[in-house]
Design a protein around this ligand. Structure first.
Ligand SMILES: [Fe+2]
Ligand SMILES: [Fe+2]
Length: 280
């Protein structure tokens, strides 16, 4: 496996993290596994996927900020089995009151079904049911994971790019991830992380939002897992690649290693190495 292993979590800056977390628990089958008491919450899904909610500094939600196909880290897609697809939509919209996005749900050939919606703060989320998984690894069995979940975990993270071909190539050449689909017939490419567990989706933007602050409301960063013994070297490799550094490499007293940077289109990534895994 490469030095950059995979996605440890994706982060959303939210106006009210506790309220949003409660909605994610109730309707998206997540459990809260860590609460720092200052509004930062980590949520776990049944396959081991993790979402981080962070208070947005201006107390604003993402709602007015992001339209379909605008550039940036755009959406999180959750995997649902075909048999449970209708029930999941019903629960999210009827009970959860989520608004839909565009023409949805949609059924594609080869048993691919999608459903696009917004969480209560306006972040764009998808449900996806696919006959064949894109990721390779078997789901993790974690004691703290929710049981009997309709939504299994993060199927992919959608990145909308000015130049999707060039951007995905950076994830392949610099982070060592693997291109698994260069065009799915709709102009979309998929890249698999080195650990085989996570998939990044690259599509062409219709509108360039420019460079967003690292703490702007909405879906804002992807944390890349590295081993503690590799963290320093990983940060040096990225600096040699001339990434824009947002917070330089540091080792915290709790043993975590962190390094915040941007990919070539300005999307915020950070390296994370933990001595203790976040979820067990
Ligand atoms: Fe997607
Ligand atoms: Fe994070």
């Amino acid at each position: 496996m490469g030095i950059f292993k995979g996605v440890e979590h994706v982060a959303i800056f939210a106006a009210d993290t506790k309220k949003l977390a409660d909605w994610y628990v109730q309707y998206l089958d997540m459990v809260i596994i860590q609460d720092n008491g200052q509004g930062i919450l980590f949520l776990l899904m049944s396959d081991g996927s993790i979402v981080e909610l962070i208070p947005s500094p201006d107390g604003q939600a993402a709602r007015e900020r992001l339209q379909e196909k605008e550039s940036g880290i755009h959406h999180i897609a959750f995997s649902v089995e075909a048999d449970h697809f209708g029930a999941a939509i019903q629960r999210i919209t009827a009970e959860g009151g989520a608004e839909t996005v565009g023409e949805t749900p949609r059924q594609f050939p080869e048993n691919l079904a999608t459903f696009h919606f917004r969480d209560p703060e306006g972040n764009i989320l998808h449900l996806i049911s696919r006959a064949h998984r894109l990721s390779l690894a078997a789901p993790q069995i974690l004691k703290s994971a929710p049981k009997n979940a309709l939504l299994k975990g993060i199927e992919h993270i959608g990145i909308v790019a000015r130049d999707p071909d060039a951007l995905r190539q950076w994830y392949v050449s610099t982070l060592g991830f693997n291109l698994i689909v260069s065009d799915d017939g709709h102009g979309t490419a998929f890249v698999l992380t080195s650990d085989g567990r996570s998939v990044l989706e690259f599509t062409q933007c219709k509108r360039d939002r420019g460079l967003l602050p690292y703490n702007a409301p909405g879906l804002r960063h992807i944390a890349i897992a590295v081993a503690p013994e590799d963290a320093d070297r990983a940060a040096r490799l990225l600096k040699a690649d001339r990434v824009e550094v947002l917070e330089d490499y540091q080792k915290l007293p709790n043993g975590q290693h962190l390094f915040y940077f941007r990919d070539p289109e300005g999307n915020v990534l950070h390296l994370i190495a933990r001595t203790q895994p976040l979820a067990h």
